[in-house]
Design a protein around this ligand. Structure first.
Ligand code: ASP
Length: 358
């Protein structure tokens, strides 16, 4: 491993100072924290909790906004499809007060997999249903089969397919005549990342109500152009999400394979149990990932993980925070998260382990 402990701590200490300066301090509940794409989601979740609604129902209501939004191509309706142009969704929910959870993976034709995950939790003896079984369960619960592939997502897939190899029968399209929707996608996600389809996106949302009850919820269409049936961290309880009503709730976005290997959601909650502030707990989980990522293909020239991953957490007292492997994405965007409380919804900068991908 080429990253020294000193290097890690040095970066972390500098980052802590940055966040302290940014003023991420304790706020009164109800409170919701999420990935940066969840600004409206955290706002709605807090509003619902202010009306006395259970934190899990509030979290799901918030996440449903993003699942329904065709412009968010990383979650629900309009999500980028898999290798075979099929949208397969993963999601989980965890309810602090009852210590129960439900999840679905590789679910097709339902734009709100979080609603199905909640039904798995409430109406079955199981925690996780996948693929055709999850689809059947959704149908039995009245969810129609809906086409989740938007025109934009279809064009993105076709463009990826056409550019995938010079050795196949697909011809590369002429750069002069790219469709405007395709251009917008390439601008948002970056040409290089698009040509090497490593990117994805997800929403995680953790919520704390005024009674001190907690809940968490994660939803995703997974890594772009993933293999059919590939399941990431998002529906895995203990990885993409974990909630303990005595301690806190945490979740993740980014390279799911890396998160699964350290059970990052659970680890972050356990670090909070030991007294770590949520943002420190998130950062320590990233340290663990950096230290245990040993395959060369996953490391850059400096021995740092060559992928993005972020954690989000809130504790029972209402302290919250988030940390990102990198402060800036390869397209230069500052890593942020969304948070809402009595003073409204806003984005704040994530703590970070490393500044920029090389
Ligand atoms: N965590 C998601 C997954 O691995 C993808 C992402 O958030 O980028 O499926």
């Amino acid at each position: 491993m080429t990253i020294s402990r000193r290097q890690l701590l040095g970066t972390a200490a500098a980052a802590t100072a940055v966040v302290k300066a940014a003023g991420a301090q304790k706020r009164p509940a109800p409170l919701a924290v999420s990935s940066a794409n969840g600004l409206k989601a955290v706002e709605l979740a807090v509003r619902r909790m202010q009306q006395g609604i259970d934190p899990l129902d509030a979290a799901i209501a918030g996440v449903n906004l993003v699942e329904d939004d065709p412009n968010d191509m990383t979650v629900g309706y309009g999500g980028v499809p898999n290798e075979e142009c099929v949208v397969q969704l993963d999601a989980c929910v965890m309810h602090g007060p009852t210590a129960r959870a439900g999840a679905v993976a590789s679910l097709e034709g339902v734009r709100n997999p979080t609603k199905v995950a909640k039904l798995v939790m409430e109406t079955t003896d199981h925690v996780l249903l996948v693929g055709p079984g999850a689809r059947h369960f959704a149908s039995m619960n009245g969810f129609a089969v809906e086409n989740l592939l938007t025109e934009k997502a279809r064009k993105v897939w076709l463009f990826w397919k056409q550019n995938l190899s010079e050795k196949d029968k697909w011809l590369e399209p002429d750069a002069e005549h790219y469709d405007p929707e395709l251009k917008a996608f390439i601008e948002e996600f970056g040409w290089d990342e698009f040509r090497k389809p490593k990117t994805g996106g997800t929403i995680h949302l953790s919520a704390l109500d005024a009674r001190g009850d907690l809940a968490g919820c994660t939803s995703t269409s997974g890594l772009f152009f993933k293999m059919p049936g590939r399941v990431g961290d998002s529906p895995i309880i203990g990885a993409g999400c974990f909630t303990d009503n005595e301690v806190g709730s945490a979740g993740s976005t980014g390279r799911g394979e890396a998160n699964i290997l350290v059970s990052g959601g659970h680890l972050t909650v356990e670090l909070m149990r030991q007294g770590k502030h949520p943002r420190e707990a998130c950062l320590m989980t990233l340290e663990r990932i950096a230290k245990t990522t040993r395959e060369k293909r996953l490391l850059d020239a400096k021995g740092r993980p060559n992928f993005g991953i972020r954690f989000y957490a809130v504790n029972k007292r209402g302290d919250y925070g988030s940390a990102s492997m990198y402060a800036f994405s390869s397209s230069g965007k500052r890593a942020q998260f969304a948070v809402a409380d009595a003073s409204g919804a806003r984005r704040e900068d994530c703590l970070f382990l490393f500044e920029r991908p090389s």
